[in-house]
Structures are given as structure tokens and as C-alpha cells.
Design a protein around this ligand. Structure first.
Ligand code: ZN
Length: 352
């Protein structure tokens, strides 16, 4: 007598037998469509080790270059298509030592050993060292390397997008578009930022968070936000990606989900970005730096929010970088050192 298992019965009666079964790419041992490297908060300076602001964590200023060298070697072996550097590439201490350019040259030399294109996001420490005009003319302006159509959205907003492979899109956001740092004191955006901060924070030193708990703590000088102009552009990019049925990953120095970071590291108007990520079916992942402890959360629409652990607070015998293997149905993050592995399935309800 033919014995049919319950599982097989359900399978046959569901009509699934008539459809091709889509197994996970990883289960099949399939090759990824492409791979890319990620790293954040190197904060290199040629100075002795120190402590963070709260004096709770050690900072290895000089050793970041060695950790980057180890990462670059691994990425070369893995033949990654591109690398995303998520900001704070050198530390603000370089400025007072008149060593900003030298420090930047040192780190860029390590990145240049990689044959992959490196895409740089800008964080607060970029602006502690350089003004926007200098950054735009520096190797940290990677928009030009991203290919045609990847121009900056405006002269004063460092945000661009490109397609790393057919069917996929990367968007780099400028989370210091509206901020006190990196803006001229007589500029409209600076004035608007001061007004916004002072509505939420009455400390004489605006780098100190307001004396309240919770999300209000994000209103500090070392954070920033996104202008209406940038958000409109972002919405257009995502609308087009929806139409093309692309998978979009977004990169920013500041995190935008409260469950993926300490609130003191959140972007000021994080809600505006979050609602946009939720409302576009193309978005699958948001990656950020800034919070050296890292974080992870999958939001209600299925978007993965990854905050990368910072190189600066990583022991010399460990590391903090990752390689992302991109498949048709998911991405797989293989972490090194402090960064753990993660399977990032694409949101099932968002993509048709
Ligand atoms: Zn930062």
C-alpha cells in the first residue's frame, strides 16, 4: 500500500506540485549575484589609545589602519564588487594637531589597495576635519566613481544613488544635510538647526543631550538630519526603484530606527526616513554607523536596520567589518570580529 506522508499530502493538495519550488539561494549553494564589503567608524588618528566621551570604552586610534588592512585583504580574496565606508573615517582629534590631510591620506592608501570601488558616506568627524567644499574635492567624494547618472543631488547635499548590479540599487544619504556641523554659520540650514536644537536642548554645550530620557536625547550637536529637498529626491529614487522592481539598500552615517541604536545616535528627523522606507516596496535594508556598539532591528514592514559596530572601539586582536552576499531572495551578512552573521531575507509582503 502506498503510504503518503501528511507533509506530502498538504503539498499535493495545495497545488504547489504544479509550481516550481523556489528554494533559498543559500540552500542551493548558488553563487551570489554580487558581494560587497562594509565598515564604519575607523576614526583613525596617529595618537595614543584613549577613552570615549563617557570614559567607559577604550578607543584604539592608531590601530584602525591595521584593522582596515586586514579587512581589505579579506575583501580582495572574496572579490567584492564594492566597499561601503559608512563615515567617520578619521577622528576629529586630527584637526587640532593639523594632521587631517595626513591622516586621510594614510587611510585612503589602505582603501586604494582594494581593487573594488569604495563608496564613502560622510559622518560628523569628516566635518570636524574638513569643510564641505574640501570634502567635495577630496577622495571622500565617491559620487563620480559610481557611474553615469550618479551625480550629487545638489552642490551642498552629499547624496547619490547607483546600481551595483541589474535589479539592485544603493542609495547613500547625507544625514548632516541639516546640522550645525559642516554648515556655515550664516547659512539658512545652520540657523534652522540651531533653532531646532534649542527647542529640544537647553544645555550651554549642545553636545550634551537634554536632561530627559528617551528619543529626545537625539537632539545633540553631533547629530543632524535630512532636508525636505533630500527627502523629495529620496522618494523619487525609491518610486522609480519600485517600478523597476529593484531591491534597494540605503546607507547613512546616522541610524534611523530607535530599536537599532542608542537614542543619542539617532538622526533628528528619523521618522521622515522611516515612513519612506516602509512605504516603498523596493527597500530591503538600511545600514548605518555612528553608534559604536552597533545594533539590529527588523521593522514592521520587514526592512532590516543594521548599525555597524565601530572599528575605533575594537580591540587590536579583533575586527569590525563585514561582507554581504547578495542573492535574489536574501542577503547574507558574514561578519568579522565584533560584527555577527545575519541572514537578511527580503520583506515578503513588500515586493510583488
Ligand atoms: Zn559619527
Amino acid at each position: 500500500m502506498l503510504r503518503i506522508s501528511r507533509k506530502l499530502l498538504i503539498y499535493l493538495s495545495s497545488g504547489a506540485a504544479h509550481k516550481p519550488i523556489r528554494r533559498s539561494a543559500m540552500e542551493d549553494g548558488a553563487q551570489p549575484v554580487f558581494t560587497f564589503g562594509i565598515i564604519a567608524d575607523i576614526q583613525y588618528a596617529d595618537i595614543e589609545d584613549g577613552l570615549n566621551f563617557l570614559k567607559t570604552r577604550k578607543r584604539f586610534y592608531r590601530n584602525g589602519v591595521q584593522l582596515l588592512r586586514n579587512a581589505t585583504r579579506r575583501w580582495e580574496e572574496q572579490r567584492v564588487r564594492c566597499v561601503l565606508q559608512l563615515g567617520d573615517i578619521i577622528d576629529g582629534f586630527n584637526k587640532s594637531r593639523d594632521a587631517s590631510q595626513q591622516a586621510l591620506d594614510t587611510v585612503i592608501r589602505e582603501f586604494e589597495k582594494s581593487s573594488a570601488d569604495v563608496h564613502h558616506v560622510w559622518g560628523n568627524h569628516e566635518f570636524y576635519n574638513f569643510c564641505r567644499e574640501t570634502l567635495l574635492a577630496s577622495p571622500l567624494n565617491s559620487a563620480a566613481r559610481a557611474g553615469s547618472g550618479s551625480d550629487l543631488i545638489a552642490d551642498d547635499i552629499y547624496a547619490y544613488e547607483f546600481s551595483p548590479a541589474p535589479g539592485f540599487r544603493f542609495v547613500l544619504l547625507d544625514s548632516y544635510d541639516v546640522s550645525l556641523i559642516g554648515r556655515e554659520e550664516n547659512s539658512e540650514k545652520y540657523k534652522r538647526s540651531v533653532k531646532l536644537l534649542q527647542e529640544h536642548n537647553n544645555n550651554p554645550d549642545l553636545n550634551h543631550p537634554p536632561v530627559v530620557y528617551g528619543l529626545e536625547q537625539r537632539f545633540v550637536k553631533f547629530n543632524g538630519g535630512f532636508s525636505r529637498e533630500q527627502l523629495l529626491w529620496f522618494d523619487e529614487v525609491l518610486t522609480l526603484a519600485d517600478q523597476k522592481q529593484e531591491r534597494v539598500t540605503v546607507f547613512s552615517h546616522l541610524p534611523v530606527h530607535p530599536n537599532a541604536t542608542d537614542p543619542i545616535c539617532l538622526a533628528w528627523n528619523y521618522e521622515a526616513v522611516l515612513s519612506m522606507l516602509c512605504s516603498h516596496k523596493s527597500v530591503v535594508c538600511f545600514m548605518a554607523g555612528h553608534d559604536h556598539d552597533g545594533g539590529y532591528h527588523i521593522d514592521e514592514s520587514g526592512v532590516h536596520h543594521i548599525t555597524l559596530e565601530g572599528v575605533i572601539e575594537t580591540c587590536p586582536d579583533s575586527n569590525a567589518f563585514g561582507t554581504v552576499y547578495v542573492y535574489e531572495d536574501q542577503m547574507v551578512l558574514k561578519g568579522n570580529g565584533r560584527i555577527s552573521d545575519k541572514v537578511l531575507k527580503y520583506p515578503s509582503g513588500k515586493h510583488l
